[in-house]
Design a protein around this ligand. Structure first.
Ligand code: DGY
Length: 328
């Protein structure tokens, strides 16, 4: 029989033990253990009557969700740093705090963004397919040529924690570092990183590598579009580890096919998963991985501990350790 003293929570996916153990120790936990996200109707059914919910970026938290949960809901803890799946205003109207997992995935995400940048530039997936297809006959002077990464110019769009972690990596490769952000950093922060603020148009026109690290908002949706792609160099590589809709995907496919830009490395797509028939799927100069930027064992464990700490704090009426700011 359920212990009536313990808060009831719903956890929308199996996360590392660091999180589940902390939650189940003090809460009555209902865990969705499917590999795929809970279907919407099941999600709405399972959150009903809960004091707290732990959601993933695949679970939409909106008025319908919050109504289904009921007025006793005290917290939404998102197992992600991003929170574009959550209607923050709907939560704020009900006084429900929202938690996320900032900081712990910064370096791991930058590692993956860097890996995409390197792999797209140096054509690693194509090279691997070439070998496995039995096409490797000899050392070839013109075989699978790509641009140098070292000494090139990188343009970092969104210069928060992850963007700055990219700058530190770029410093090691002797790159010229440009950044664009809605908030221009004080010199005291940007100069040690060797990064120069430029307007977005300049960044796109000057960079050999453009890497995206913005939140998805109405302002950043389709930031990369036909018109912004047209500003980029025909030799440029685009890397996206932010959110799929920051890039207008059909426009990117056109740009890659027509040589407007040279290559792309994507961790995120729109939609996810990307349909097999999406035009990007047929392009050798587009490398796509399945939203795994934070997927190191250690980082996913830290995210789990953090999301659990937010959930537990919320159900006991304490301030969340990492709360998403309430919209102004
Ligand atoms: C996030 O946390 O927002 C990432 O996209 C997944 O780790």
């Amino acid at each position: 029989m359920a212990d009536v003293q313990r808060p009831r929570v719903f956890v929308a996916r199996v996360i590392p033990d660091e999180g589940l153990a902390a939650v189940s120790a003090v809460c009555e936990m209902d865990l969705w253990d499917g590999e795929l996200p809970p279907p919407r109707s099941e999600l709405l059914r399972r959150v009903a009557g809960c004091d707290g919910v732990m959601t993933l970026l695949t679970d939409r938290v909106d008025d319908e969700f919050l109504d289904a949960a009921g007025p006793q809901l005290k917290v939404v803890s998102n197992y992600a740093v991003g929170f574009d799946n959550i209607d923050l205003e709907a939560c704020a109207r009900r006084g429900i705090p929202v938690g996320n997992t900032p900081g712990v995935l910064t370096e791991t995400t930058a590692d993956l963004a860097w890996a995409l940048l390197m792999a797209a530039a140096r054509r690693l997936p194509e090279g691997d397919r070439y070998v496995r297809d039995g096409r490797w006959k000899t050392w070839g002077p013109l075989l699978l040529l790509g641009p140098d990464v070292h000494g090139a110019t990188i343009g970092i769009v969104g210069f928060g924690r992850i963007g700055q972690a990219m700058a530190r990596r770029a410093q090691g490769f002797g790159m010229e570092i440009l950044y664009h952000d809605v908030n221009r950093l004080p010199e005291a922060v940007s100069s040690p990183l060797g990064a120069t603020y430029v307007p977005l148009e300049d960044l796109l026109g000057r960079s050999d590598f453009v890497t995206l690290h913005v939140n998805l908002t109405p302002e950043t949706r389709h930031l990369i579009s036909d018109s912004t792609l047209a500003l980029m160099k025909p030799t440029a590589v685009l890397v996206n580890t932010s959110r799929g809709p920051v890039v207008d995907q059909p426009a990117l496919a056109r740009a890659l096919r027509e040589g407007t830009i040279w290559a792309a490395g994507l961790d995120v797509t729109d939609p996810e998963p990307i349909p097999l028939e999406d035009p990007l799927m047929g392009l050798d100069n587009c490398l796509i991985v399945p939203h795994i930027a934070s997927a190191s064992r250690a980082t996913r464990g830290r995210m789990a501990a953090m999301a659990a700490a937010n959930l537990v704090a919320g159900v006991f009426g304490e301030p969340l350790p990492t709360r998403v700011p309430v919209p102004a």
